[in-house]
Design a protein around this ligand. Structure first.
Ligand code: ZN
Length: 314
């Protein structure tokens, strides 16, 4: 375990994100760090991996900068890099909520709940807990009893809330996401929409899973992460699998991308069904002329045809 994976964000003013991104990229390269870091006028958001020495130096450097001195790093131990490449990119916003009028979390955001208070809220009758992530993240794991908005992408969340307002109007609302960054804005938006009692899980699921008192209790499945690990364990109390296999619905925590490059859907699939369906999410995708599974397994045209034939008869 000589490596670490870091997850962090900081809503803070960055005057010239373009220049900052260039210099930060050079700094990360010099440390041999890999990962994805976004820089915007409203702050920084990063997930990266590197050796213990490199990540120590990275954190020291960031914390020594006045703008980032209160950054909270969520740290996972690892035996390797969790990313293949390094990106440091300037953006106009850190979190894509696509609001016509933006939210500044320093001006307006929900109350912060620490893990133990969040666990209490999970069990409270008058409280609704909303998962503020994408659908494929929820599918792999989520808090027990949390509301899964019927959306594909986080940015559709405001529209969905407006359509379902009456469900939540007289309740206390608590939101959560992976590391907390999405909730900073989303909870602020909820307050602006007129919801009166809005709170957010401080530090997100990642911090909850590391809390020694809660030990991830009431989290089911794995937490989806945007690196090569895809899923990480959270619950150390009574873990259960909630992911369902795409084709047969059996318990499954194994994500792949559809072998049809034009589909590329991320779905949960067993090794057996991956092989059977040629790495595709449907027979249509298995037939696609650029199917990656067919290429990678060097199937001949007749082998491919036979396999498709078998699938269509089944
Ligand atoms: Zn597909």
């Amino acid at each position: 375990m000589n490596y670490r994976v870091l997850l962090y964000y900081n809503y803070t003013k960055i005057e010239d994100p373009e220049t900052f991104a260039k210099e930060h990229l050079a700094f990360c390269r010099s440390l041999g760090i890999k990962g994805r870091i976004l820089v915007a006028p409203e702050g920084i958001n990063g997930t990266l991996s590197g050796t213990k020495t490199a990540t120590d130096r990275y954190m020291q450097q960031l914390l020594s900068d006045e703008r980032f001195k209160d950054t909270y790093f969520k740290i996972d131990e690892s035996d390797r890099h969790a990313f293949k490449k390094l990106f440091v990119r300037p953006r106009t916003e850190l979190v894509a909520l696509h609001l016509t009028e933006d939210i500044d979390p320093h001006q307006l955001t929900g109350k912060y709940l620490e893990p133990q208070a969040f666990r209490t809220a999970l069990l409270a009758e008058d409280t609704v807990v909303i998962d503020a992530r994408n659908d494929y993240e929820y599918e792999l794991g989520h808090f027990r009893g949390a509301i899964r908005p019927e959306i594909h992408n986080f940015r559709e969340l405001p529209a969905w809330i407006r359509e379902n307002k009456e469900q939540f109007m007289d309740k206390k609302i608590v939101t959560y996401c992976t590391g907390g960054i999405r909730c900073e804005k989303f909870s602020g938006w909820l307050l602006r929409e007129g919801f009166e009692d809005v709170a957010q899980l401080h530090g997100g699921i990642a911090a909850y899973g590391k809390d020694e008192e809660t030990r991830g209790e009431f989290w089911d499945g794995k937490m989806y992460v945007f690196d090569e690990r895809i899923g990480v364990e959270i619950n150390q109390v009574d873990k259960k699998v909630v992911g369902k296999e795409w084709f047969d619905g059996t318990p499954c925590e194994r994500y792949i991308n559809c072998s049809n490059p034009e589909c590329n859907r991320q779905f949960l699939v067993s090794e057996e069904n991956e092989e059977k369906y040629l790495g595709a999410c449907s027979i249509e995708c298995a037939k696609h002329s650029n199917n990656r599974y067919v290429k990678n397994h060097q199937l001949t045209a007749s082998e491919w045809a036979d396999r498709l034939n078998f699938l269509e008869k089944a």
